[in-house]
Design a protein around this ligand. Sequence first.
Ligand code: COA
Ligand code: AMP
Length: 639
Amino acid sequence: MAGRGKIRSIYESVYRQSLEDPRGFWGACAGNVAWNRVWDEVLDASGDPFFRWFTGGVLNTCHNCLDIHVEEGRGSATALIYDSPVTGTTRAYTYRELRDLVARFAGGLSRLGVKKGDRVVIYMPMVPETVIGMLACARIGAIHSVVFGGFASRELAARISDARPKVILAASCGIEVNRVIPYKPLLDEAIRISSVKPDHCVILQRPQEKALLQEGRDISWEACSTGAETPCVPVAATDPLYILYTSGTTGTPKGVVRDNGGHLVALIWSMKNIYGLSPGEVFWAASDVGWVVGHSYIVYGPLAYGCTSILYEGKSVGTPDPGAFWRVISEHNVRVLFTAPTAFRAIKREDPNGRYIRDYDLSRFRMLFLAGERCDPDTLHWAEERLKVPVIDHWWQTETGWSIGANAAGLGLLPVKPGSCTKAMPGYDIRVLNDHGEEVPPGVTGNIVIRLPLPPGCLTTLWQNDSDYQKTYLSEYPGFYLTGDAGFIDEDRYLWIMGRTDDIINTAGHRLSTGAMEEVLAAHPDVAECAVTGVVDEIKGEIPLGFIVLKAGVKHDRKVILQELVQMVRAKIGPIASFKVAVIVRRLPKTRSGKILRGTLKKIADGEDYRVPATIDDPGTLDEIREDLAAIGYPRRPG
Ligand code: COA
Ligand code: AMP
């Protein structure tokens, strides 16, 4: 069967070439992009450590995603299939239809005064209009910043304040299986508390919820969709295409900036060489457009490469169709699916024997890619056995925009080692360093770093914050980008990503900062101090667990305090934080210098063996913590 690891892999020679001659390698790949003006330099190192790709080049990302296909005679091919079990809708858009809708909406945005370089925040669910909004921004050179719909007002406000958008695009509601989530009140509150007010909000009224529009500021989606068709505005390859905020080590989100030129070059390369696709084939990234996976592989990658992309509004389980994933694959002829392991763990729990898989014809389905968190070997084997296709775990970050480590199907699959995400992708010179900055031998765990320059497609800086970019990623080990992940490279140069070295956790494939949750909890009047760590969860991989120390003499009911804390995180960060468990403890374990031993807390809660840290202030605290955790049923062993 094609693409099932039968062809000899040319990975090693491709990878070697990318490191030995990055300019030659990426310059050749850039031939697959339509340029208004060809670049002067493939790689501009003059601003080291701020490297730029394809300087002097001029292009338009929307042109590459839509117009080019129409101009080259593929206008009637399907660009996008919207499949929404939560609304009972399926609708396909050809490249020509999508181009026309985008060009008119771009005209509407121009009429509202949006120009090249202006920011547009997009707070929308998984509907085609979200994709239209993103591409319309790209068309006129405006910089979009999509905010995931599961974030509450405070998180949205933080992003509005930082991006300073001229216009915000939003919908009246999102739909969570059978619950309608009104978005407009969240948006209005975010604008109220934000330090920046947009000129206009464009609101998509969905039939499930009618939003109240504010006269003068808010206009309807229809009114913005009747603009004159607007041509693509040429932009520099190095101009920002979008800002995507992601969790950092503090409560303040980091605005990852993606350029236009390098981004397209890398994504087109990845569609063919990593995912092994051909133009015209159907690719499904079952993620959300609010995350990087959605940006790269629901919108820009598949469309630039001429594939059909699936936009799926629903969950992997509880849709209410238990075979929803298999229905989508067979109905739309999906060749490659990309999702998070959590989606498969949820399916595995609902349907352990894969009974619903057998109801569908999956004979043309070729491969499953997983990312977002480490894929446990059990889930990988379950998926392989039930689907009878290769299952590839690959590793990447919001910052990189495409995978750092993968098994590149288009180059010929390498043998799979369950638990590993195979090898470094072109341009990523990955090293593992100890805390002194020395490279460790194969098999030894350390800090994973990438030697600069990062390949095309990776972040170029943080939005209007070069100094935080340097401080966060480049200062720890000069000359290297700090991934924030710990792991090792084995004797065969396979990558093993074992966890974060900072306070970030991955819950159901969503990246969350425990520091941001601690900030919220600490604001409760009865809380003296607190710590949040990620603990193992059977379905979501990891969930946050709060350790709370109350102020002396607190009289309130402890159960009520815990409920209030859960509610506060939900209201301030959003339901997506999945913060549902907290425990009141007498003290937190600390080092003699007063640092909370979060790593030890996590190990105790997970029931792992641990050594009492030599630096601990009072080892007796650990016995107390074990007792307090036992009272709420921790540690829990995965069932
Ligand atoms: N708007 C509002 N609320 C949202 C939301 C959105 N866009 N997305 C999620 N939420 C809410 C959920 O309803 C849930 O609320 P609850 O606590 O009231 O139940 C909460 O946020 C947590 O959501 P989630 O972590 O997605 O859990 P879930 O139980 O709803 O679903 C899975 C679990 C595994 C089925 C689901 O996460 C899934 O299918 N994930 C796989 C794909 C994926 O998202 N990958 C991302 C990166 S590749
Ligand atoms: P995000 O920025 O949301 O894509 O999250 C990036 C983080 O998710 C990485 O830094 C890793 O910690 C984790 N991650 C993503 N993919 C994998 C993977 N395949 N294996 C292990 N961890 C992963």
